[in-house]
Design a binder for this molecule. Structure first.
Ligand SMILES: Cc1ncc(COP(=O)(O)O)c(C=O)c1O
Length: 440
């Protein structure tokens, strides 16, 4: 291993135990297809697609080439009051993958920005249609919607909220759907829990009055809190209640978008169509940051037609919205998904993944295994008095044995690139099995 020619100290790492990491760093220096290479030359099998994002696999040649070509041709152009062809093409390709009726795409640079943008569009829409009093936003416990003040407020992960004081004031939360007593070791959607959606009507609408509520945002499958799969019938109920009361329904598909559930979007997989979809990560297979919101036609028309001719309609956007490199990466990524039929491949691989995962039932400390498409969680009994320690130890030992997983508390989360083979699934789960059997 070459000596490092840099210091670790200057960088404040996000969502990281900085002191632990800097004492025993895990550095990745290159990647190809299903593998990272660590600085000591070891190959690491990527069981998490980076951070749920490298859906096409690493350093795929057509995407790399498209980014290079774009960087040589048009490095940057603003999207305020002008544009470039690539971002219009990319928007068309994304919209074509979305359910019928979701036709317009607003580009941003991350999932957090996508969520805050969707919440702002919801408020702007309600105002434009003369319902400006609808300004309460509804999220869900254990939801993760990024780290902006909007996403943090509708999100429901206590650690992500507790240090940050002021949040959006007019927010409420649905109960989460995770219940090991009822649903442990469910394969796919759990049978129990659809009734939890009724809280939207019986408590939240009853408390705030529908006339004050703008929108409800949920992850189609909650990812970061540990892969919480919606119970059968749950999303359908949410949709019906939103329709009854004129509430917009937003699916945060930052993780579930672009093949993770075996279709372009989870909305299609579940057959439930929201009014907006937020996306990021897989749109460029994470090669260049990009995110966005796909919006139902009526929402776009209402906001856009509400402004006087020649005037800006939505005072919102980012310097890098629709960045040319991101747009080029998106075009190439979406073409690659199509050519290699990677969404179908994910759907076909999912049952093998499911069987391999559920073989972990009965392994020491495993209290639940759950899965949907190519996402999964293995939940461990927390070590007494040390919540999270067992999950983190499992993550570290997997990494040492050449397999990348993600620990969220005592839950090991998996979301491999859609190109994973059966042999690689065996290696991934086999390594986790060995690690868990040897963990304290
Ligand atoms: C559902 C969901 N929404 C939003 C985000 C935030 O995305 P980003 O980290 O790109 O801001 C994430 C990130 O994992 C996510 O899983």
């Amino acid at each position: 291993m070459k000596p490092r020619d840099y210091d670790l100290n200057a960088l404040w790492m996000p969502f990281t135990a900085n002191r632990q990491f800097k004492g025993a760093p895990r550095l990745l220096v290159s990647a190809k297809d299903m593998h990272y290479t660590a600085e000591d030359g070891r190959k690491i099998l990527d069981g998490t697609a980076g951070l749920w994002c490298v859906n096409a696999g690493h350093c795929r040649t057509p995407i790399v080439e498209a980014i290079k070509r774009q960087a040589e041709t048009l490095d940057y152009s603003p999207l305020f009051q002008m544009g470039h062809p690539g971002e219009f093409r990319a928007a068309g390709l994304v919209a074509a993958l979305a359910p019928e009726g979701l036709e317009h795409v607003f580009f941003v640079n991350s999932g957090s920005e996508a969520v805050d943008t969707a919440l702002k569009i919801a408020l702007a829409y309600q105002r434009a249609r003369g319902e400006g009093h609808r300004n309460v936003l509804i999220g869900r416990e254990r939801g993760y919607h990024g780290v902006g003040f909007g996403g943090m407020s509708v999100g429901g992960i206590p650690a992500n909220r507790k240090a940050f004081g002021n949040m959006l004031g007019r927010v409420d939360h649905l109960p989460h759907t995770h219940n090991i007593d009822h649903n442990a070791f469910s394969r796919g959607q759990p049978a129990w829990g659809a009734h939890l959606a009724e809280d939207l009507e019986t408590r939240i609408v009853a408390l705030h009055d529908a006339s004050n509520i703008a929108a409800v945002i949920v992850e189609a499958v909650a990812g970061s809190a540990g892969v919480l799969v919606p119970p059968k019938g749950y999303l359908e109920k949410l949709r019906a209640i939103c329709d009854r009361h004129g509430l917009l329904l937003i699916f945060d598909e930052v993780i579930t978008g672009f093949g993770r559930t075996g279709r372009a979007f989870a909305a299609e997989t579940f057959g439930v169509v929201p009014d907006m979809i937020t996306f990021a990560k897989g749109v460029t297979s994470a090669t260049v940051p990009m995110g966005g919101v796909i919006v139902r036609r009526e929402i776009y028309d209402t906001v856009v037609n509400d402004a006087p001719p020649g005037m800006v309609e939505l005072f919102h956007g980012y310097t890098y919205s629709g960045h040319p490199l991101a747009a080029a990466a998106a075009e190439a990524t979406l073409a690659l998904y199509h050519e290699e039929k990677l969404f179908d491949r994910a759907r076909e691989t999912a049952p093998y993944f499911e069987n391999a995962l559920h073989a972990l039932k009965g392994v020491r400390n495993v209290i639940d295994v759950r899965n949907f498409g190519l996402m999964a969680a293995i939940e461990l009994e927390p070590a007494p008095g040390r919540p999270g320690a067992r999950g983190f130890a499992a993550f570290l030992q997997c990494f040492e044995r050449g397999v990348m997983t993600r620990a969220t508390g005592d839950i090991i989360a998996l979301s491999p690139p859609l190109i994973i083979t059966r042999a690689q699934i065996d290696e991934l789960i086999g390594t986790i099995d060995k690690v868990l059997r040897n963990l304290d």
